[in-house]
Design a protein around this ligand. Structure first.
Ligand code: GDP
Length: 721
C-alpha cells in the first residue's frame, strides 16, 4: 500500500495512467518512461509531484516538435484533458530549476537523455517496467518517536502519517509520541523497511567479545581474603603485603588502594583484594563483577568455624571461586587445626588430607608463619585454573573502589581484567568517563600502563564510579559521552521506579515459564540456628529429582546488606523467619529489587515454597480413551476427499476430540482433532456405540476398510508436590 504523497490518487501511476486515457497498449511503455523518470529528479519527499511535472510539461508542450521521434506528446495531450488547470499553479521541479520554465516549450534533448539514462538505470536494477520505483528507505525507529520525526524519516509529510493513523481510528497530532511497534507498523505500511534501534544499543560493543585462546597469556591470580571477624583477615593481608620482594628497595607496598600485587622471588605475582569482609566481595558480585579467582578462607585455629566463615563459604561457592583454607593463629596455645578441619567438613569443605580438593595451610599472621606455603598453595591453585588474559588489546577492568580525593579529584582503583590500560586512554566506568591522566600502583609509583590482574589507581575520571562497575577503554570522547549520558539517564529513570530488575518469587515463576529451571535458589535467615536448620531440612525434603530448593545461604540473625547482595548476585529471594531486615538492608533490597518475605510460621513458609516449586514441575498430559470406530467402507468424493463410513464399536466418538488411526493394532497416524463427524446427512457432535457415522480427514486420505479410528481426550494436569 502506498500512503505517500501519492495517496490522494489512490493507486500508483501505473493504474493511475490508465483512466487518464492511456488505454492503448503501445503507448504504455512511453508513459512508463516518463513517469519513471520522475522520482530521481524529484526530491524524495514528493515523487508524485514530480510525476505530475512531467505529465504537465508534456501536456503544456502539446503536440509540438518536442517529440520528433516519439508519438508520446500527442498521447499526453489527450490524457491530460481537463486536468491542467488544477496543476498550473504548482511549483514544479522544472519551474524551480528555472531552465525550462516556458509554457510551450518542447522537451529538451537533455531531458530525453536523462529519461533514457534513468530507464537504463532502472532496468539495471531489475525493476519491472511498469511501476514507478518507490523510494524504499530504511527507517530507523527508536524506542519512542514523534509523528513528525517518523514522517521526516520516511520522507513523507506528517499529515500523511496523521491521515493514516486516522484511518486506523487513532487521532494524533504531529507532536504525539508513537511507540516503536506502532511506528514500525506505520513505516511498513508506507512501504519502507524498518530498523529498530534501542537506546540501549549504545551499550553494544562496550564490552567486547571473548579473546581467542591463542592471544592470551597467563596472568596472576586475584585473591580475596574472607573469614569471620577477628580471625585475622587484616593481619594476614598485612603479613602477605610484607612478603613482597620489592619491599625495602622502593619502600614496598605503601598505599592502600583496595588491592595490591605481591611480587614473589621467582618473578611470580599474586594480586590480593585488600578489602576484607564479604560486603565488598558481594557488592561487586551483585553488579556482576566476578573479579576474584581464588578465596582464601581465614579460620582462627582457636575459634573454629563461625557464622561469617559459613557465609564466606557460601559467597565463594556462589562465585564459583575455589577456596584455600588458611588456619590462622596456630601460634596460640589453644590452637586446634584438626577441629577446624572437621568443622569445615560439615560444610562440605573436604580438605586434601581427607581425600578432598581443598588445600589447607596453617599460618600465623602475627608470627609470620606459613605465609610462603600459603602463597605456594595459591600459585598451585592458579596453575590448575590456568588463568589467562589477552594483554594486547584495549583494556577492560573492574572498579574495586573509588573516592573523591581533595587534591586529585575522583580516584578509582581498577583491577585490569584484560588488555593493557595506558595513560591517555579514554575510559568509561558506569556513568563516569575521562581521559586517564595518571596510573598509580600500590607502591605509589606512576606507571605508564597496567596489564591484566594489575590493580591501579586511575586519575582523570569526571566522577567517582561505583565499585563493581566495569571500566573499559572506548575509542573516542564522543563515544564516552554517548555512553555515560545514556547511563545517567538510566540511573535517573531507575531512581524513579526503584524496583526495576527484580529477583522476586514472582519473577522466578515468570522465568520458569520460559526456561525449565529445576532449582529454586533461596536464602534463609531465621531467629535461631535451630529453626534455620529445620527450614532447610524441610525444604530439602520437598525436592524431587525434577525440582529442588537450592539453599544459597542459611543462617541465624537479622537480614543484612550482605544477604541482600548475595541474593542479588544469585538472583533469588530472601526468606526471613521471625527475623527482620535491618534498615540499610531493607533500603538496599528495595534499590536492588531483591524480594524479602517474612514468615512467623514454618508451615506457611514451606507451603509457599512448595507452591513455587510445584509451578516448576512440568505438567503432565493425561489421555482418556473415549471410543473406537471401525472403518466399514470408504468413498472418494470430489472436493471433499476420502470419506469413511464407520461404525462405533466401543464407547463414543466425539467431534473435537483427538483421534488416531490404527491399522492391524499399529498406530499409523496421529490426526489431531476430529473435525467432520456425520450421521446420515447431518453433522453431529457425538455418535454412540453401535451406531454408524461418517468421518473425513483432510490431511489423511489413506483410510481403508478395517482401520480403527481411536478417539480420546487429553487433559493437562498441573502437578503438585
Ligand atoms: P579481622 O577482623 O579478620 O580482620 O582480624 P584482624 O586481622 O583484625 O585480627 C584480629 C585479632 O587477631 C588482632 O588482635 C590480631 O592481632 C590477632 N591475630 C591475627 N592473626 C594472629 C595470629 O596469627 N596469631 C595471634 N596470636 N593473633 C593473631
Amino acid at each position: 500500500m502506498r500512503y505517500s504523497a501519492l495517496a490522494p490518487r489512490p493507486a500508483g501511476p501505473r493504474t493511475g495512467g490508465a483512466p487518464r486515457g492511456a488505454a492503448s497498449a503501445p503507448s504504455a511503455p512511453e508513459i512508463t518512461k516518463t513517469t519513471r523518470s520522475a522520482p530521481p529528479r524529484a526530491t524524495d519527499r514528493r515523487p508524485a509531484a514530480a510525476v505530475d511535472d512531467d505529465d504537465g510539461a508534456r501536456r503544456r508542450g502539446g503536440g509540438g516538435p518536442g517529440g520528433p521521434k516519439k508519438a508520446e506528446p500527442a498521447k499526453a495531450v489527450s490524457r491530460g484533458k481537463g486536468e491542467p488547470k488544477r496543476r498550473e499553479g504548482r511549483l514544479t521541479i522544472q519551474v524551480a530549476a528555472g531552465g525550462e520554465g516556458s509554457d510551450d516549450r518542447m522537451r529538451s534533448l537533455a531531458s530525453v537523455r536523462r529519461a533514457r539514462e534513468r530507464e537504463r538505470e532502472k532496468r539495471a536494477r531489475g525493476l519491472g517496467g511498469q511501476e514507478t520505483p518507490r523510494v524504499i528507505r530504511e527507517v530507523v525507529i527508536p524506542d519512542a518517536i514523534t509523528v513528525q520525526d517518523l514522517a521526516q524519516r520516511m520522507a513523507t509529510r506528517g499529515v500523511d502519517v496523521i491521515k493514516f493513523m486516522m484511518r486506523q481510528g487513532a487521532m494524533m497530532t504531529i507532536n504525539d509520541v508513537l511507540d516503536a511497534d506502532t511506528a514500525e507498523l506505520i513505516a511498513t505500511e508506507f512501504g519502507h523497511s524498518v530498523k529498530r534501534v534501542s537506546e540501549s544499543d549504545v551499550e553494544t560493543g562496550f564490552i567486547s567479545e571473548e579473546d581467542r585462546v591463542e592471544d592470551t597469556v597467563p596472568r596472576p591470580p586475584v585473591v580475596a581474603v574472607m573469614g569471620h571477624v577477628d580471625h585475622g583477615k587484616t593481619s594476614l593481608l598485612d603479613a602477605l603485603r610484607a612478603t613482597d620482594v620489592a619491599t625495602g628497595e622502593h619502600g614496598g607496598i605503601t598505599q592502600h588502594i583496595g588491592a595490591y600485587q605481591v611480587r614473589l622471588p621467582d618473578g611470580e605475582r599474586v594480586t590480593f583484594l585488600d578489602t576484607p569482609g564479604h560486603a565488598a566481595f558481594s557488592a561487586m558480585r551483585a553488579r556482576g563483577a566476578n573479579v576474584t579467582d581464588i578465596v582464601v578462607l581465614v579460620v582462627a585455629a582457636d575459634d573454629g568455624v563461625m557464622p561469617q566463615t559459613i557465609e564466606a563459604i557460601h559467597h565463594a561457592r556462589a562465585a564459583n571461586a575455589p577456596i584455600i583454607v588458611a588456619i590462622n593463629k596456630i601460634d596460640k596455645a589453644d590452637a586446634d587445626p584438626t577441629r577446624v578441619i572437621n568443622e569445615l567438613l560439615s560444610h562440605e569443605i573436604v580438605v586434601e588430607s581427607l581425600g578432598g580438593e581443598t588445600q589447607v595451610v596453617e599460618v600465623s599472621a602475627t608470627k609470620r608463619l606459613g605465609l610462603d606455603e600459603l602463597l605456594e598453595a595459591i600459585l598451585l591453585q592458579s596453575e590448575v585454573m590456568d588463568l589467562r588474559a589477552n594483554p594486547s588489546r584495549s583494556a577492560e577492568g573492574v572498579v574495586i573502589e573509588s573516592k573523591l580525593d581533595k587534591g586529585r579529584g575522583p580516584v578509582a582503583t581498577v583491577l585490569v581484567k584484560r588488555g593493557t590500560l595506558k595513560r591517555g586512554d579514554i575510559v568509561v566506568a558506569g556513568a563516569a568517563w575521562g581521559r586517564v591522566r595518571a596510573l598509580i600502583n600500590e607502591r605509589d609509583e606512576q606507571i605508564a600502563e597496567a596489564e591484566p590482574s594489575t590493580p591501579v589507581e586511575v586519575l582523570g575520571l569526571d566522577q567517582t564510579p561505583d565499585p563493581g562497575e566495569t571500566l573499559a577503554v572506548v575509542e573516542n570522547e564522543a563515544r564516552a559521552r554517548e555512553l555515560t549520558e545514556y547511563r545517567e539517564r538510566l540511573k535517573r529513570d531507575k531512581a524513579v521506579s526503584p524496583i526495576a530488575a527484580g529477583a522476586s518469587l514472582a519473577d522466578m515463576m515468570a522465568k520458569l515459564q520460559t526456561k525449565k529451571v529445576s532449582e529454586l535458589p533461596i536464602i534463609i535467615k531465621a531467629d535461631v540456628q535451630g529453626s534455620a536448620e529445620a527450614i532447610v531440612g524441610a525444604l530439602e525434603k520437598l525436592g524431587t529429582d525434577e525440582v529442588r530448593a537450592r539453599i544459597i545461604h542459611s543462617a541465624a540473625g537479622a537480614i543484612t546488606e550482605s544477604d541482600v547482595l548475595l541474593a542479588k548476585g544469585a538472583g533469588c529471594s530472601i526468606l526471613g523467619f521471625n527475623v527482620r531486615a535491618s534498615r540499610q538492608a531493607r533500603d538496599l533490597a528495595e534499590r536492588e529489587g531483591v524480594e524479602i518475605r517474612y514468615y512467623a510460621i514454618i508451615y506457611d513458609l514451606i507451603d509457599d515454597i512448595k507452591g513455587v516449586m510445584s509451578g516448576m514441575l512440568a505438567p503432565i498430559q493425561r489421555e482418556t480413551f473415549l471410543g473406537n470406530a471401525e472403518v466399514q467402507q470408504t468413498f472418494d468424493i470430489t472436493k471433499i476427499g476420502r470419506v469413511a463410513g464407520c461404525k462405533v464399536v466401543e464407547g463414543v466418538v466425539r467431534k473435537g476430540a483427538k483421534v488416531r488411526i490404527i491399522r492391524n493394532d499399529v498406530v499409523i497416524q496421529e490426526m489431531g482433532t476430529l473435525q467432520t463427524l456425520k450421521r446420515f446427512k447431518d453433522e453431529v457432535n457425538e455418535v454412540q456405540v453401535g451406531q454408524e457415522c461418517g468421518m473425513a480427514f483432510q490431511n489423511f486420505q489413506d483410510l481403508k476398510a478395517g482401520d480403527f479410528i481411536e478417539c480420546f481426550t487429553v487433559e493437562t494436569i498441573q502437578r503438585t508436590l
